[in-house]
Design a binder for this molecule. Structure first.
Ligand code: ADE
Ligand code: ZN
Length: 348
């Protein structure tokens, strides 16, 4: 029997496929890293900075936090804390973004960054039931050339066995005024290296489904991050549902960061699942919204009017959206199913 003192939304076993490690840094860690890096923040408490009225105003703060990461040890620390914090709220498997454009431009080495992240993840995995792989994010603000250079450097590291945790690439950061086609060479190079491909698209206010179409048709993206603008194109919805192209949805982020909806009651998550889309629920940048994975699930239950059993089933279905191989997926599915029965019982 489940202990009543534990939160059902924390207990539901979860995969998370859309979470930026830099957006998970604990506020206390941001302060310490900023001091150590000689980049004091404009306020004593970083959460005072965490108020946004658009994706781009959020990104200005996100970039400030990114700039506090200056050494391999910093990357190791944030990765460790991130996975440990996720595990406390039911995280069992994560594919996690890191977006190193500004660090590489400042002279950091991708090998050091990946080594630090890997070290932190391994330490967290040794202490928790969570596992975590990495996705290298192309920062769209740096353009297609920087994206291709990132993928090529990743290829060198992989050839020397120094980037085995990095299983795919993505593209994040700003969306307004960005022509997605410029990233085609980077995505083609990633495909040739055997890397998986996802892409942020259809998130920002003012952007319709066209970036989702470009991500799939021009970039060859196998998954879409956010993608909420898809509801404006029923043909694309039907296509993504039938081709099982997953969308990694971040409901609270869409309200708090992108300001695309005034509340979760307006969010199309339930309509998207009802239309047959393969979805996961994710936190995006939890520490920058005073959020965690358990609270995200609770917020969806309360804001979108769904049950814990509905969410537990969505979490199980989300395993299909991962880049795990068939055997690992089957193992995770069996574990999730058994755990879920003990948590939400016959409702599952
Ligand atoms: N980087 C971190 N969070 C992001 C988001 N929600 N959209 C685009 N880029 C991001
Ligand atoms: Zn994101």
């Amino acid at each position: 029997m489940v202990d009543d003192r534990l939160d059902v939304y924390d207990l539901i076993p979860k995969v998370e496929l859309h979470c930026h490690v830099e957006g998970t840094v604990r506020p206390g860690t941001v302060v310490e890293l900023a001091r150590k890096a000689g980049r004091p923040l404009p306020v004593d408490d970083p959460s005072l900075l965490y108020r946004y009225d658009s994706l781009d105003s959020f990104l200005a703060v996100f970039w400030l936090v990114q700039e506090t990461l200056v050494s391999r040890d910093d990357w190791a620390r944030i990765a460790y804390e991130s996975v440990v914090d996720g595990a406390a709220h039911g995280l069992r498997y994560r594919e996690m973004f890191f977006t190193p454009a500004r660090h590489l431009a400042a002279g950091q080495d991708l090998g050091d960054i990946v080594a630090g992240l890997t070290e932190g993840i391994e330490a967290a995995e040794a202490e928790t039931a969570a596992r975590c792989m990495l996705i290298a994010g192309i920062d769209k603000a740096y353009g297609g050339g920087a994206g291709l250079a990132l993928v090529e450097r990743l290829g060198e590291l992989r050839r020397s066995g120094r980037a085995e945790r990095v299983i795919g690439i993505g593209a994040d950061s700003t969306e307004l005024g960005v022509d997605m086609r410029q990233f085609q060479p980077a995505y083609a190079a990633a495909r040739d290296l055997g890397l998986r491909r996802t892409c942020h698209a259809g998130e920002a206010v003012g952007v319709g489904p066209e970036n989702i179409r470009l991500a799939i048709d021009v970039l060859g993206a196998q998954r879409i991050d956010h993608g909420v603008a898809i509801v404006e194109d029923p043909t694309l919805v039907a296509r993504c549902a039938s081709e099982r192209i997953p969308l990694t949805v971040c409901p609270t982020s869409n309200v708090v960061i992108a300001n695309r909806y005034r509340s979760l009651a307006e969010h199309p998550l339930v309509a998207m699942r009802d239309a047959g889309l393969l979805l996961t629920i994710n936190t995006d940048d939890p520490a920058m919204m005073d959020l965690d994975l358990g609270r995200e699930y609770r917020a969806v239950a309360e804001g979108c009017g769904v049950t814990a059993a509905w969410l537990a089933n969505l979490a199980i279905d989300g395993i299909e959206s991962t880049w795990l191989d068939a055997a690992d997926r089957a193992t995770l599915r069996a574990e999730f199913t058994a755990m879920t029965e003990g948590i939400v019982g016959d409702d599952a």
